[in-house]
Design a protein around this ligand. Structure first.
Ligand code: ADP
Ligand code: MG
Length: 286
């Protein structure tokens, strides 16, 4: 895997940038977001959710997006997923304008929209079944991905019998089974207790590291971003603008065997303080 230098255009981050940290596989960007604005039609006129968003995502990156509530994080994810088109600017996947949703981008939400009365296996098999694969193939695929997320023995359970953490694993398997090029995750672990969250964070990191897939991950938890991302992008408060773009290596170090105690190191502390300052400064400006 080639390491690539990524240009960091934001002065605020310079003291933290160490370019050898970046984990990308291609010279060519996979996603190019250029000058994106998004205005919603609110009851009392238009609401600007995103303002002039410009950045590229390279194949194999684990991009975490941090920002205060209401700053437009979910809106940005929905644009990348193809649920909504930008009001201005462009968004391209491998050079092609994104128009609508497709299997190349798998989405995982905080409250996974699973079919409660279907079994775990049926939920995971749903996508491949809809794409017309024969039963033998989609069952095999579902079982393969349930194994990856550690749920093999729960394949025949119904969704309503599962804990929150297990439901999120099903949701991850259901997105991965379609072999998407990019996994889009919107605060997927926000509703889980601390211990469960750590387990699914570890699982997500492992999937990223082993599959080489690109992950675009929204969170409002600074520590989560630092423990998972190969890069963190910080958005300003409403309307969302990019205010920092920082490469990270903690996740890679953990994937390569470092202990999660890494979060007690002075380096981790420095990054956490920096990100908290960036986010809190947003609050003070109101
Ligand atoms: P975040 O995910 O960062 O909390 P969102 O992307 O959900 O933020 O929302 C960004 C802004 O856009 C907020 O001010 C929100 O109220 C507004 N907004 C989101 N969806 C809609 C919508 N469908 N119609 C009007 N305004 C919306
Ligand atoms: Mg949101």
């Amino acid at each position: 895997m080639n390491e690539k230098q990524y240009p960091i255009p934001y002065e605020t981050t310079n003291e933290l940038v160490s370019v050898e940290n970046i984990h990308v596989q291609d010279e060519q960007e996979q996603i190019a977001i250029h000058g994106v604005d998004l205005n919603y039609e609110g009851k009392s006129g238009p609401v600007q959710a995103l303002q002039n968003i410009t950045f590229n995502i390279f194949r194999g990156e684990f991009v975490c997006v941090l920002g205060p509530s209401g700053c437009g994080k979910s809106t940005l994810l929905k644009i990348i997923a193809g649920f909504i088109p930008p009001t201005a600017g462009s968004i391209r996947l491998d050079g092609e304008e994104i128009k609508g949703t497709d299997w190349h981008r798998g989405v995982v939400f905080q409250n996974p929209p699973l079919y409660d009365w279907f079994s775990v296996r049926e939920n995971v098999a749903f996508g491949p079944k809809m794409r017309g694969l024969p039963k033998k193939e989609y069952t095999q695929l579902a079982d393969e991905y349930l194994d990856k997320v550690g749920l093999s023995e729960f394949a025949d359970k119904k969704i309503y019998e599962l804990s929150g953490g297990m439901k999120q694993r099903v949701s991850i398997a259901r997105a991965l089974v379609n072999n998407p090029e990019i996994l889009l995750m919107d605060e997927p672990f926000g509703a889980l207790d601390a211990l469960t969250r750590e387990t699914v964070q570890d699982l997500t990191r492992k999937i990223w590291w082993e599959s080489g897939k690109t992950i675009f991950f929204i969170t409002h938890d600074v520590e989560e971003a630092l423990l998972l991302g190969s890069r963190v992008i910080v958005l300003s408060k409403h309307p969302g603008r990019v205010i920092a773009d920082i490469p990270l290596s903690f996740s890679r170090q953990i994937a390569e065997g470092a202990d999660t105690d890494i979060k007690f190191t002075p380096e981790f502390y420095t990054y956490r303080e920096k990100l908290l300052r960036l986010i809190n400064r947003q609050g003070e400006e109101t």
